[in-house]
Ligand binder design. Sequence first.
Ligand code: PEP
Ligand code: MG
Length: 321
Amino acid sequence: DRRLLQTLRDKPAISGDGVEVRLQANIELPEDAAVATANGAAGIGLYRTEFLYMNRKGLPTEEEQYQAYSRVVSAVRGPITIRTLDLGADKQVDSGQRQGPTPNNPALGLRAIRLCLKEPELFRVQMRALLRASAHGQVRIMLPMISSLSELRQAKALMATCRAELIREGRVVADRIPVGAMIEVPAAAISSSLLAREVDFFSIGTNDLIQYTLAIDRVDDEVNYLYDPLHPAVLRLIHMTIEAGHKAGIEVSMCGEMAGDACYTRLLLGLGLTDFSMHPANVLEVKRAVREAQVGELRRRVADIMQAASLDDFASLLAAL
Ligand code: PEP
Ligand code: MG
């Protein structure tokens, strides 16, 4: 089967009825970029930069980050979506790098964009490195855990300040760097039509979106039986986000695990998603599902399912999709 899948590597990700789909890869280390390309990914949809900060002493300097980002950017043809630091909760750095009180509830605490806005110096070092790396390819910057317009605006203001600083120093920065928000907090999904006016793209982070929507800790084994990507509340938030993004004319991608599970490909295509980012190992399987799908028909069927009155209908109709 693996060999059969390999024959799809250089074939386009296009559905049976001609809808073009973009399948990108999620990476965690610069060296993963080569694996993504080898698996036929059309670019990097999520580069999780926190791995540069983890399992080490001290924080990475601007120069070190600039080298790492430039390496990825130069190695990949096509756009690279680099996510700003998503530390906290399930992604911790060695103690000693950062001090602060231990939160009672880390997933609801100071993590990701919240931490970066609270500690602007931490954010500034990364932002300068990212902007400098933009000189070497198609960098897109993605902000994790956005829950309000205010966070988005603060992050963009900081980015503008860093850009002005770098230009003054005579550094090269790309003219236009698309900025996107991860939609992974229910508040962001619910207000996606407002956020869509101020970003260039959305990327749905289902790992956290499911955690926060269903109030189940994604790293707590006692409750993982409740972790359900098909819960109607989750699907409604995903649907809402895709519609709001498309209505505003921006791209909507999905980079949570759900995007890389071929069991959900038909459903997601039916919900209107055409942009997926996943672990490189899943690209070919998802590509096969895309190539076998009739997207027009799936959209009609999923629209009916989304209208289903009872939650039971919802589950059984999805099972038959
Ligand atoms: C997500 O939450 O779905 C996501 C892609 O981000 P992470 O898994 O790194 O939190
Ligand atoms: Mg997340």
